[in-house]
Design a protein around this ligand. Structure first.
Ligand code: BES
Ligand code: MN
Ligand code: ZN
Length: 506
């Protein structure tokens, strides 16, 4: 991972491969650090502005060669957009784009000014955090299985230093970077789990990764296998796993942040379908490979738990991941089967491809019964319908506790991971009625994300519950800002923020 640091001084004198300064949209005579570098370059930056090579729009970059006028060989001027629109999200995204640019031109060591910390209206800690997160996340790449050709040197940005003139800003910038390392570390772990193919990242492997996290952090780990699930009559998880040769695992990581108050707790429950073929209700083959990412909810929970352990909020947190593969075979469940979930509710399996809600049902019942969870937020790549509703821009939020939903939305505002609430009007609920069992696992095409939420709600009696449908946001088609093509790691940062917010409220 790129090394992030802060030093006090003058960016113009930094002895690095490249220095990074910025420009707000519409500014023609740069001030601050950018102004100082402009003067050292005898007006080189004003020149490229006057020539119209950069206008300061968000994400624009021009590179100037310093030709001996500065110790650094290159200067990057990056656009921050309109100054009134600047926030941590802009700095995070710009930092991601900048980091990839620096790496592409072969810079190993770079220095940057603290975007937005002066005239931009961000405090220094927020600026440092956004720069750190954007840099680490923007550089992330999943290259484990790519053999590099001989004589093809790998370009790696190894170091980024924030050079700050004002000595009083150094400590908060460093604090921001520290948070960034922790949060980005959680997101990177989530992305790694999601990008791994399903032949590697099966339920047992997910449990191993959780065990590594537990070893590194001191989180407590419990893993249930098939026999445990049979003993506890977890008929819903067992039905989904019935067609798979890979043993299911119910993974539980615990952060005991407030042991004196066991009820001050929250469970983060993440769907962990390590591959979703659809089962007997098999999916079409086009893009079926994406279903290696059907454990993204679980991955974000494991990533968040790692960060939570490092941050140590005063609240008890359960990270719960039902890790199961959904496969067709002679032993698989069939459409029309009637199963009994752990809490006794009988379910008509209308479609074996609606498996996420089944594994979540038993995971939720388990964490309520065995650990007394009082609040639950589940995260799942649950429905194609959410992609129709919100596209690849926003995660869908639903829930029976408006307080929990509001807490999630507030956390999402703080992290910039966009979310939007869908209504749980009682009228939708009847779509889940079954002629043969207490409930069926599909509610038809209309409002498919909401009926899926209503299914889960059958298992959340007595707890404050919100549900995040990330089927539209777990993967990105291309690089944009701090997001890179492939797994996004959404909503890891929001889960951590939520837990910290709840800890602060208590
Ligand atoms: N994992 C899928 C949902 C999904 C779709 C995730 C696209 C990511 C991208 C889920 O298990 C599923 O198959 N849902 C079905 C439910 C239907 C059968 C009621 C769907 O949305 O089509
Ligand atoms: Mn499915
Ligand atoms: Zn699924």
């Amino acid at each position: 991972m790129v090394t992030l640091s802060v030093t006090q001084g003058d960016i113009a004198t930094a002895e690095v491969d490249a220095i990074v300064v910025n420009l707000f949209e519409g500014v023609t005579t740069p001030g601050g650090g950018t102004g100082a570098v402009d003067r050292a370059l005898d007006g080189g930056i004003s020149g490229v502005i006057a020539d119209g090579e950069i206008s300061g729009k968000q994400g624009e970059i021009v590179m100037l060669h310093t030709l001996g006028k500065l110790p650094a060989k290159r200067v990057l001027v990056v656009g921050l957009g309109k100054s009134a629109r600047l926030d941590a999200g802009v700095v995070r995204d710009v930092s991601g784009v900048t980091a990839r640019y620096l790496q592409r031109v072969g810079a190993k060591r770079a220095a940057t000014i603290a975007h937005g910390a002066g005239i931009g209206g961000l405090d220094a800690a927020a600026s440092g955090q956004a720069i750190g997160e954007g840099t680490v996340l923007g550089l992330y790449a999943f290259k484990r299985y790519r053999t590099r050709k001989e004589g093809e040197p790998e370009k790696v940005l190894e170091e980024l230093t924030i050079v700050e003139q004002d000595a009083s800003r150094v400590a908060p910038l460093e604090a921001g970077l520290k948070r960034a390392r922790i949060l980005a570390g959680g997101v990177v772990l989530a992305r790694e789990l999601v990008n791994e193919p399903a032949n590697v990242m099966n339920p047992a492997r997910m449990a191993e990764v959780a065990a590594e996290v537990a070893r590194e952090t001191g989180l407590e780990l419990t893993v249930l296998g098939r026999e445990d699930m049979i003993e506890r009559e977890m008929g819903a998880i067992l039905a989904v796993t019935a067609g798979s040769a890979n043993e299911p695992k119910l993974i539980v990581l615990e952060h005991k942040g407030d042991p004196e108050h066991p009820d001050n707790n929250i469970a983060l429950v993440g769907k962990g379908i390590t591959f979703d073929s659809g089962g007997i209700s098999i999916k079409p083959s086009a893009r079926m490979w994406e279903m290696k990412g059907d454990m993204s909810g679980g991955a974000s929970v494991i990533g968040a738990m790692k960060a939570i352990a490092a941050l140590g909020p005063k609240i008890n947190v359960f990270g719960v991941v039902p890790a199961v593969e959904n496969m067709p075979s002679g032993t698989a469940q069939r459409p029309g089967d009637i199963i009994r979930a752990m809490n006794g509710v009988t379910i008509e399996v209308d479609n074996t491809d609606a498996e996420g809600r089944l594994v979540l049902a038993d995971a939720i019942s388990w964490i309520k019964a065995e650990r007394g969870a009082k609040r639950i937020v589940d995260v799942a790549t649950l429905t194609g319908a959410i992609v129709v509703a919100l596209g690849h821009v926003a995660t869908g939020v639903m829930g029976t506790s408006q307080q929990m939903v509001d807490a999630v939305l507030a956390a999402s505002k703080a992290t910039g991971e966009k979310m939007w609430q869908l209504p749980m009007f009682e009228e939708y609920k009847r779509q889940n009625r079954s002629d043969y069992a207490d409930i069926k696992n599909t509610g038809g095409r209309p409002a498919g994300s909401i009926t899926a939420a209503f299914f889960i709600a059958e298992f959340t009696d007595g707890v404050e519950w919100a549900h995040l449908d990330i089927a539209g946001t777990f993967m990105a088609e291309r690089n944009r800002g701090h997001v890179v093509k492939g797994a996004t790691g959404v909503p890891t940062r929001t889960l951590v923020q939520l837990v910290e917010d709840l800890a602060a409220q208590a």
